[in-house]
Design a protein around this ligand. Structure first.
Ligand SMILES: Cc1cc2nc3c(=O)[nH]c(=O)nc-3n(C[C@H](O)[C@H](O)[C@H](O)COP(=O)(O)OP(=O)(O)OC[C@H]3O[C@@H](n4cnc5c(N)ncnc54)[C@H](O)[C@@H]3O)c2cc1C
Length: 358
């Protein structure tokens, strides 16, 4: 990796620290998942470096024990205890590592909080992530589902990442092509699932910043605020305001954000659906396909605000499943299945869950 440059962005953290790692047993995971459901881990360890991961590999107590990698727990639903090792990634640090004339490169430790990173970069005059403000979780998980919101995806601001390869027992560098980003998708969900632990992500922040305001909610919010030529800070504030109005705060109501991906259908399917449901909400995609608003489908299936036991469909946004207090992961999963069944019956469309279900 390049030498650090921008001192303003330098923040503690070494990816190679070597101190003994503490292996805990029978650890409660409730405070470590945004749904706030009860689950326990047979083994639990916090890693701050590649060296920590190497130490775990060498631990005789962990031979043959399956691993689950955990970041901020904001995109995971525990439906059972984890009979294995939960590896909580806490790699710290942020530093500017260079530029290529068009973009600044900033390397962020996988354990850094994503929203705090967006905010800190904005404060340091490195805009470009403002549309992704207030997405919960850690920087290291951002590539996993190629986080996206309000007209921007991580892939558009991604330069490279460093990951621990479990089989090679070494650190590898991955380019955008290696990550194979798609809509809420990447190679970490298929080829490299469970095989690579992300240690740091290097972002590419455009030197010539241009606002991303094509998304209707953002455009409307800026208009309502009387802003015609927004700064990055204006967009950041607008996105935060929209999200605070629409989405439940996991600290108050357990949830993992959107529980389902927006399904993508062919032109023909879209045509047929529109004929039966003229108010269908959809967005044209490159290649003639259409993305359907999953929240609209769930609402039209009569499930917005539904409650089943202690699990529910959020009143203000049908795409969000919530823990109304004390729900188990199994209850939330049963509700998710009901939502899938009703939407499939009514529209013939399969909703695919976005969070990882354990
Ligand atoms: C209120 C709310 C709103 C949300 N809004 C959005 C949104 O607008 N857009 C969006 O895309 N997402 C959104 N999400 C989902 C979530 O915030 C993101 O997916 C986030 O990137 C998850 O980060 P995390 O650290 O919490 O990951 P976790 O939930 O801990 O893990 C998610 C997955 O990533 C893997 N993983 C985590 N860290 C690493 C690592 N270092 N190396 C390898 N694998 C790893 C885990 O094994 C797991 O498979 C929202 C969630 C909530 C609760």
């Amino acid at each position: 990796m390049c030498e650090p440059r921008g001192k303003r962005l330098r923040r503690g953290g070494s990816y190679n620290r070597r101190v003994p790692i503490e292996l805990e047993e029978n650890v409660a995971l409730r405070a470590l998942n945004a749904f706030g459901v009860d689950a326990r881990a047979r083994y639990f360890a916090r890693v701050r470096s590649a060296a920590d991961l190497a130490m775990l590999e060498d631990d005789p107590r962990l031979r043959g024990v399956p691993r689950l990698i955990l970041g901020g727990g904001s995109n995971i639903l525990f439906t059972r205890d984890v009979d294995g090792l939960v590896v909580k990634v806490d790699v710290p640090g942020m530093r500017e590592v260079g530029d290529d004339g068009r973009a600044w490169f900033v390397e962020v430790g996988a354990g850094e909080n994503w929203h705090a990173t967006v905010q800190r970069l904005l404060d340091a005059d490195r805009p470009g992530l403002e549309n992704l403000a207030l997405i919960p979780g850690q920087a290291g998980a951002a590539p996993i589902q190629n986080i996206g919101a309000y007209g921007l995806e991580l892939a558009e601001r991604f330069h490279a990442l460093a990951a621990w390869d479990v089989e090679a027992r070494d650190v590898v560098t991955m380019s955008p092509a290696d990550c194979n980003f798609g809509y809420r998708d990447s190679a970490f969900k298929s080829t490299f699932a469970g095989r690579r632990v992300i240690l740091s992500v290097t972002l590419a922040l455009p030197k010539r910043w241009t606002p991303v305001t094509g998304y209707a909610d953002v455009a409307n919010e800026l208009k309502a605020r009387g802003i015609a030529a927004p700064t990055a800070r204006d967009i950041f504030d607008a996105v935060c305001a929209i999200r605070r109005r629409k989405l439940p705060d996991p600290a108050a109501i357990g949830n993992a954000g959107s529980f389902f991906k927006n399904p993508i259908v062919t032109r023909e399917q879209h045509h047929a659906l529109l004929a039966h449901h003229p108010s269908l909400v959809s967005y044209p995609m490159p290649g003639g396909r259409f993305k359907l608003a999953a929240g609209w489908l769930i609402d039209a299936a009569g499930l917005k605000g539904a409650t089943r036991g202690r699990a529910g469909v959020y009143e203000k946004q049908a795409l969000v499943l919530v823990n109304r207090g004390g729900a188990t992961g199994a209850e939330i999963l049963a509700l998710a299945r009901e939502v899938q069944d009703k939407v499939r019956e009514k529209f013939g469309v399969l909703l695919e869950p976005e969070p990882v279900i354990v």
